[in-house]
Design a binder for this molecule. Structure first.
Ligand code: CUA
Length: 370
């Protein structure tokens, strides 16, 4: 022990200790929204119930074992003048059998509710609303795939939104999770960046991996209207930490209005500056700089490689670009348009070298899309 201590510098021990203590204390913060222990729907509630039993048992085991270690370390510590070793013993069949069998029995007991919940949650409820969740680098897209959730003047297509998933309260929702890469496709049609994400809104449901080439599912329901925050929980590249999302739950009446608004398509633009922005958005940029609609869609126009902007400024669309900035934050929106990579390094949207006039017009246009 003595040689160990002399090798590890004291300062380093203090630093490591301080870091561990800080991490521990962070868990005591108030008003932290992403709290598994604060379930806001039946899925999260049943997951918490299954978690609590082993957590309590593990807590008791932890106190007993650590307490025992502390007790023995203090009772049999080295004292000056007492050089005699305490009597050494090895092997106690009864004890060893006991601490092998007891944990096995405990684990078997804990396994029963855990596995039955896994089975229960894996079932697809017959009347659930269906939403396809798309994990992109680094934002979330949502497609409403039920037949009564279509939009479009010609060919009908699903309602598509990004960053904020809007759902009705009191209704079961069945999510299909798909990994979509960076937005572009390889020559064989697969997404360009095949990375794994994980979809997680702690107050509503546990983590579920979003894996290229397969579709995973989550079933959940929200009890009360409100905003619930979540984030990607699987390292997926440079901006994994800024791949956030929000779930906005509306009561059934507000939900109906939201659906009608989505189905009406984008708002008509009347403001002159916004009109100018619409021109910039809908046409190729001057000087061969590319086109917004090469990746983004508004209404029937544009592609689906980047967030659909049809209702960018609708009140539930609280945040943009991986939910890193509030939609109402004009300066953040301008900074994003000026150079996305300057504010979110690695973002797939390139710098289009927009002039300040172009940026002002585009912002006015985006804000007219309610
Ligand atoms: Cu997506 Cu981490």
């Amino acid at each position: 022990m003595r040689t160990m201590r002399s090798r590890v510098p004291r300062k380093l021990l203090w630093v490591v200790g301080a870091i561990l203590l800080t991490l521990l204390l962070v868990g005591c913060g108030k008003d932290l929204p992403q709290n598994t222990f604060n379930p806001a729907g039946p899925t999260a509630q049943s997951e918490k119930d299954v978690l609590m039993v082993p957590l309590i048992i593990a807590g008791i085991v932890f106190v007993l074992v650590e307490g025992g270690i502390l007790f023995l370390a203090i009772k049999f510590r080295h004292r000056k003048g007492k050089e005699r070793m305490p009597s050494q013993l090895h092997g106690n069949t009864r004890l060893e059998l006991g601490w092998t069998v007891a944990p096995a029995v405990l684990l078997a007991v804990v396994m029963v509710p855990a596995i039955s919940l896994i089975w229960k949650l894996a079932q697809r409820p017959p009347d659930a609303m269906q939403i396809t969740v798309q994990g992109y680098q680094w934002w979330w897209g949502f497609q409403y795939s039920d037949s009564d959730m279509t939009v479009g003047s010609g060919e009908q297509r699903p309602i598509e939104i990004a960053d904020v998933m809007v759902v009705p309260t009191g209704r079961e929702i069945y999510l299909s999770l798909e990994a979509e890469g960076g937005g572009a496709k390889n020559t064989d049609g697969t997404p360009d960046f095949q990375v794994i994400h994980s979809f997680w809104v702690p107050e509503l449901f546990g983590k579920q991996d979003v894996v290229p080439g397969r579709t995973n599912h989550i079933t959940f329901q929200v009890d009360e209207p409100g905003t619930y925050t979540g984030q990607c929980a699987e390292f997926c590249g440079l901006q994994h930490g800024r791949m956030k999302l929000r779930v906005v739950a509306l009561d059934p009446d507000d939900w109906e209005l939201w659906v009608v608004n989505q189905q009406q398509g984008p708002a008509l633009v009347s403001d002159p500056l916004a009109k100018q922005g619409e021109e910039i958005f809908m046409n190729p940029l001057s000087g061969g700089r590319g086109a917004c609609t090469a990746c983004h869609a508004v209404g029937d126009v544009g592609a689906a490689a980047a967030p659909n902007l049809s209702h960018f400024n609708e009140p539930t669309h609280q945040c943009f670009a991986g939910c890193n900035w509030d939609t109402s934050d004009v300066d953040a929106l301008k900074a994003w348009l000026r150079n996305p990579n300057a504010v979110k390094l690695g973002a797939k949207m390139p710098n289009y070298h927009l002039s300040e006039d172009e940026i002002n017009a585009l912002v006015a246009y985006l804000y007219s899309l309610t």
